[in-house]
Design a protein around this ligand. Structure first.
Ligand code: MLT
Ligand code: ZN
Length: 440
């Protein structure tokens, strides 16, 4: 994003857990701050130093430690790239229960540390459920081995949960045990063009009802976001006639075990939607080949990149009630307009996309440059809006450095106090990813 910059001079790239442990022990004794770094694809500055911390990159730790194709349990080093884990599992008829646009660079340790949500959480649930165990190097160098491969283990505090989403502030995740899912035997997708946002929720209800167990994604893209993806060459644009009059789009994916059965369900859904009076959709573009399937996903997965290509993106990753998605986008745009900031040399676009099934909206404000004027117009405005709807200021991207000051909008004082105590318990010298999640 080119938004956060540190002044570090040193990156260490350990090859195994023991090396991580020795480095961390050394740093703790000398009070040297550490920033653990995975694929560096985070969006809140969590893996970027704020001063001159030592960067520990996990990129050299890429061993797959074990895989059991009966239980589906995979144990891997933290530095394994998400896509390479998927490639490894494919011949074993399994998939990683997590998928996101950054899969080609993000690492499983980073995914776990940020509790990444992604495109199929609707189907496979959160990492708090699918991660079975972790190996973590604690801030004093101790190796906490919780790398269990048990599905059930009800023996006291579930310590691993503390490190899922801790963004490297409590220790460095070096190994992950995760429950892989059976690979779907048939997948399909369809891009639905909607005349109005008001149809998104009725559509979601209908799609869930008709597709039921084969529904694996339901992604919302507003018209402006779609136009930017097309402008920046993400996926193949739909035909003019398919997009005409569309206020927004929904990408629906099915994953099941029998192609004919799934196709029949999807076709029936489309027919029903088109025939309904009034229809919830203008059109639906059904993937007719693996290339088209990939291209429809490329539009959705390429949104982040297209925002960055268009300008400097202020990204708000929020949970709000589904029926408020459009209101949040429109209210933010109106607010910027009233401040005189909706101009080509200030804010160019206010767009929304996100994971409807998870109640997670990505509000993106694309500007010509990052400026204090725009930032003070957006914050705390957006956070107050979220708090008004009792939402979360970070649905899946984490707090990083971007939102430490905004934590009280989503967490009460008692919760923050407990978080501080936990941080102090694990990291009394404050060396582990300082200034992230909790303010310095
Ligand atoms: C996504 O859903 O595309 C990611 O969370 C990244 C983003 O918000 O741009
Ligand atoms: Zn997302």
């Amino acid at each position: 994003m080119n938004k956060y910059h540190g002044r570090s001079t040193t990156v260490l790239r350990p090859r195994n857990t023991k090396e991580v442990s020795e480095i961390v022990k050394h740093c703790n004794e000398r009070r040297i701050g550490i920033v653990p770094q995975g694929g560096n694809t985070g969006l809140v500055g969590g893996s970027v130093p704020i001063k001159d911390e030592l960067v520990i990159s996990l990129g050299n730790m890429t061993n797959i430690r074990s895989f059991d194709d009966a239980s589906g349990i995979l144990v891997a080093d933290a530095g394994c790239i998400l896509q390479s884990l998927s490639d490894y599992l494919a011949p074993h008829d399994h998939i990683v229960p997590l998928d996101l646009g950054a899969k080609g660079s993000c690492q499983i340790g980073g995914n776990v540390s940020t509790n990444a949500g992604g495109l199929r959480l609707l189907r496979y649930g959160s990492l708090h459920g699918s991660v079975l165990g972790l190996e973590v190097v604690l801030p004093d160098g101790t190796i906490l081995d919780q790398l269990t491969t048990l599905r059930k283990d009800n023996t006291g505090y579930d310590l691993k949960q503390l490190f899922i989403g801790a963004e490297g502030t409590l220790g460095i995740v070096t190994g992950v045990s995760i429950l892989a899912a059976s690979a779907p035997q048939a997948s399909n997708n369809v891009m639905l063009a909607l005349p109005t946002f008001d149809n998104v929720l009725p559509l979601y209800r209908e799609v869930k009802r008709q597709l039921s167990e084969i529904l694996s994604a339901f992604e919302f893209i507003d018209r402006r976001a779609y136009d930017l993806a097309v402008k920046h060459g993400q996926g193949r644009a739909l035909n003019e006639s398919d997009v005409e009059g569309a206020e927004c789009f929904v990408l629906v994916e099915t994953s099941g075990s029998k192609r004919e059965h799934d196709e029949e369900k999807l076709n029936t859904l489309l027919e029903n939607l088109m025939e309904a009076e009034p229809s919830l959709i203008n059109t639906g573009v059904l993937a007719s080949s693996p290339a088209q399937f990939a291209s429809l996903w490329a539009i959705r997965e390429g949104l982040t990149e297209s925002m960055s290509k268009e300008g400097k993106a202020y990204k708000y990753d929020i949970s709000v009630p589904l029926h408020k998605f459009k209101e949040v986008i429109d209210t933010t745009r109106d607010h910027l307009q009233s401040k005189g900031l909706m101009r080509d040399d200030a804010v160019k676009h206010v767009v929304g996309y996100g994971h409807v099934g998870d109640g997670n909206l990505h509000l993106n404000v694309v500007a010509d440059a990052y400026t204090p004027e725009i930032e003070s117009a957006l914050e705390p405005f957006v956070y107050e809006l979220v708090a008004k709807y009792k939402g979360s200021i970070s649905a899946e991207h984490g707090i990083g450095v971007m939102k430490t000051h905004a934590l009280p909008y989503s967490k009460n004082a008692v919760s923050i106090e407990v978080m501080k105590r936990i941080k102090h318990l694990f990291d009394p010298n404050g060396i582990m990813n300082p200034g992230k999640v909790l303010e310095l």
